[in-house]
Design a protein around this ligand. Structure first.
Ligand SMILES: Cc1cc2nc3c(=O)[nH]c(=O)nc-3n(C[C@H](O)[C@H](O)[C@H](O)COP(=O)(O)OP(=O)(O)OC[C@H]3O[C@@H](n4cnc5c(N)ncnc54)[C@H](O)[C@@H]3O)c2cc1C
Length: 462
């Protein structure tokens, strides 16, 4: 029988307070409408307001962890190339270590950086615009700020949310969910909203969800649960984080997270595995699960992730990718039919961890691949390295660690192959060449985590 789990039940530390049944609300309909308006002539004719190309031009789309690294290292590999980084945002805000900011361990300045500084220090052009379309036959990129041509195009647009995967089909409901209970797994306003929610929370249940699939930052939701619980603990609130996980157990660094849940946050955090979110009833503040419903006072709902919308807009989705990631050569990241276009970062289809350190290491390798191929040289395949700290305690700051090096990708022909590959990679680790793990939280690891972030910011912006 379907149950509604009340706020009161969880706050008492018991899952047995079942107060009644709640039916699924009527399913939302409505698909998206395609408009066939006039061609955007103003964009087609206008040229981007940037210096003229002085040589081979590489255009990098997306100024996140992958794109920033790519722009810098292309310039290092080929100093005479003209490199343009196109990014929608005017400032960079880091997702990595943002959970520490949510708990008040670092300030916003530590995770905010200037694109202008990165471009000046590394001698490339930063163009603040949004890419709308690409003409691969003419090698033209169309942006909100006009068009520009390229010799090489590297797409690093990150992720978008797969709303239908959590039963959200109606644009009105999606809008409500996104504005009221943002995931904060894309940086910017979502993070600022979540921070304010945590700061203002006084009592009750704060729900977080962990999605299915290869989502961005596997340990991120568990780290966030610890950090929010640490705030409730510090303030001695009558409040609890309720972590609803699609997975049957903590997906990564399980030993370290479970120890933190039990030893540090017994009264402030409750972990519920195997919860498939069918829908979120925003107005009634309820997560509708497959079997049970969970009422909350506040929440941050993390839907399943998919390759960025830009990949789909450009017609580059791999049929074999269940998460709408790009159709690329798994060893060298270029499109199968176009050696001038590459996709890196979280929009890639390989089962690597969707993490900043992975995107950074991958971009350095792909920069070498591009410049090498331009000079007629084919590089040996090199897998990326994932280096990942998670803060589990705030007082004192204590972290755990997991690092891995990948074996060559497995070829997957169907969505099922790919799902199986990703599952094997992540859960059994069969494609990791080695894993280095330290699940004993310690203040030394906490300090190492700050140094990790500082080192990467220096690499991206210095
Ligand atoms: C809370 C949280 C904690 C995390 N912790 C860690 C951690 O500790 N360690 C770690 O290694 N990783 C961590 N990650 C993961 C990491 O942030 C991502 O994996 C990484 O940012 C991926 O890099 P990317 O370049 O693919 O995408 P992003 O960094 O998201 O960059 C994509 C960029 O593309 C831009 N863009 C998209 N479409 C367009 C367009 N059409 N035109 C112009 N620009 C466009 C976006 O604005 C964005 O800036 C964390 C993530 C989160 C959310």
């Amino acid at each position: 029988m379907r149950k509604t789990i009340s706020r009161r039940g969880f706050l008492k530390g018991s899952t047995s307070a079942i107060v009644g049944a709640a039916g699924l609300a009527a399913g939302a309909g409505a698909g998206s409408q395609v408009s066939h308006g006039a061609a955007p002539t103003a964009l087609i004719t206008r040229h981007a307001d940037i210096p003229a190309a002085k040589g081979t031009r590489a255009v990098v789309v997306g100024g996140g962890w992958g794109g920033l690294t790519m722009a810098k290292y292309l310039k290092k590999e080929a100093p005479d190339w003209d490199v343009v980084l196109i990014e929608s945002h005017a400032t960079f805000m880091s997702c990595p270590v943002s959970n520490l900011w949510l708990a008040g361990l670092i300030d916003l300045e530590f995770i905010s950086h200037s694109y202008l500084t990165a471009a000046k220090n590394n001698n490339y052009i930063y163009f603040n615009a949004t890419v709308i379309d690409v003409d691969r036959s003419e090698r033209v990129v169309y942006t909100s700020g006009g068009q520009l041509t390229y010799d090489y195009l590297i797409l690093a647009p990150g992720i978008d949310y797969d709303w239908p995967a959590v039963g959200m089909l109606d644009p009105e409901e999606i809008h409500l969910l996104h504005t009221h209970y943002p995931a904060a797994f894309k940086p910017g306003s979502e993070h600022l909203t979540l921070k304010r929610k945590i700061d203002e929370f006084e009592k009750g249940l704060f729900v977080l969800t962990v999605p299915s699939g290869n989502y961005r930052c596997l340990p991120g939701p568990y780290e966030r649960a610890c950090m929010i619980a640490s705030v409730f603990k510090r303030k001695k609130l009558k409040a609890k984080v309720l972590l609803l996980d699609f997975n049957p157990k903590v997906k990564i660094k399980a030993e370290g997270f479970q120890a933190a849940f039990q030893e540090l946050y017994k009264d402030y955090l409750e972990y519920v595995p195997s919860v498939t979110v069918h829908r979120v009833d925003v107005l009634n503040k309820t997560v509708i699960g497959e079997f049970d419903d969970y009422q909350f006072d506040d929440a941050s709902i993390y839907p399943r992730v998919r390759g960025a919308l830009l990949i789909e807009t450009l017609g580059l989705v791999a049929e074999s990718s269940p998460q709408k990631e790009a159709r690329i050569n798994l060893f060298r990241n270029h499109l199968h039919d176009d050696l001038r276009v590459y996709v890196i970062g979280d929009s890639r289809p390989m089962g690597y961890s969707k993490s900043g350190s992975t995107a950074n290491d991958e971009a350095k390798y792909v920069a070498k691949v591009i410049v090498g191929l331009d000079k007629g040289k084919k590089l040996e395949w090199k897998g990326p390295y994932t280096s990942c700290y998670s803060m589990v305690n705030a007082d004192p700051p204590e972290a755990i660690y997991f690092g891995s090096q990948y074996l060559p990708p497995l070829i997957a022909h169907t969505p099922m192959d790919m799902e199986r590959t990703v599952k094997a990679w992540i859960e059994r680790g069969s494609a990791f060449a080695w894993r280095d793990q330290n699940m004993n939280r310690s203040p030394e690891m906490g300090q190492a985590m700050y140094a990790w972030a500082y080192g990467y910011y220096k690499d991206l912006f210095g």
